[in-house]
Ligand binder design. Structure first.
Ligand code: DGP
Length: 223
């Protein structure tokens, strides 16, 4: 990291069981390197189920409580906003932040229920914008065969297929409107190969980022 640079903000997105959490952990340890004395990378998982809002989300995902679709959408977004200041602080200190899911999951999982795409995007406008989003792409039929599948509310092949369609739309928009990099990674491949492909894209950001941090969909921010 140079004197004027900040940490990079990297988001990992994808369907359930696409390997996000595994790859996020591999990436963090790679960024952290052999000297553990200074923190070079932190991992933040969304939803963060430890906060008061996160506990409400957790109960919903485990089908222990019910919410109106709009209300749960706003809770997921609030859960991201409550961690925004933590993200800013880490980046300013030169620490890379890896987020396991972010606002893109918010849109994909709610818009597939029939809520308007623009309405779903609105509450996350202005969050810290990632420098890089890695979309771990996997066939929903492949994800279904992976361990632990089916334990939570959205883990059916049908839901995941419709979520993937919305992710494709988000990816197209992100690629064309200069909102940081959106890179698709074939997550059906073997774990170490996926990790190497991820590292190839992340490596240039691993020594810090000189440009200032942007806000997500900032052109839609009005005062
Ligand atoms: P995970 O802990 O990564 O398995 O995510 C839990 C589930 O929550 C997963 O099925 C995806 C879903 N999810 C994540 N973020 C959001 C969001 O912002 N909105 C909605 N509706 N669902 C989300």
């Amino acid at each position: 990291m140079t004197a004027t640079s900040r940490g990079a903000f990297i988001v990992i997105e994808g369907l359930d069981r696409s390997g996000k959490s595994t790859q996020a952990a591999i990436l963090q340890s790679r960024l952290q390197g052999p000297e553990q004395s200074t923190t070079k990378a932190v991992l933040i998982k969304f939803p963060d189920r430890t906060t008061t809002i996160g506990k409400m989300i957790d109960a919903y995902l485990r089908s222990q409580s019910e919410f109106d679709d709009h209300a749960i959408h706003l809770l997921f977004s609030a859960n991201r906003w409550e961690l925004a200041s933590t993200i800013y602080a880490h980046l300013a200190a030169g620490t890379t932040v890896i987020a396991d899911r972010y606002a893109f999951s918010g849109i994909a999982f709610s818009a597939r229920k029939g809520l308007s795409y623009d309405w779903c995007r609105a509450p996350d406008i202005g969050l810290p914008a990632p420098d890089l989003t890695l979309f771990l792409n996997v066939e929903p039929g492949v994800a279904r065969t992976r361990g632990g599948y089916g334990e939570e509310r959205y883990e059916t092949e049908d839901v995941q297929r419709s979520v993937r369609v919305v992710f494709e739309r988000i990816g197209e928009e992100m690629k064309t409107d200069g909102q940081g990099q959106w890179v698709e990674i074939d997550a059906s491949r073997e774990k170490d190969l996926v990790a190497r492909n991820i590292w190839r894209v992340v490596e240039p950001l691993s020594r810090g980022v000189a440009s200032s941090l942007r806000k997500l969909w900032e052109r839609d921010l009005t005062t």
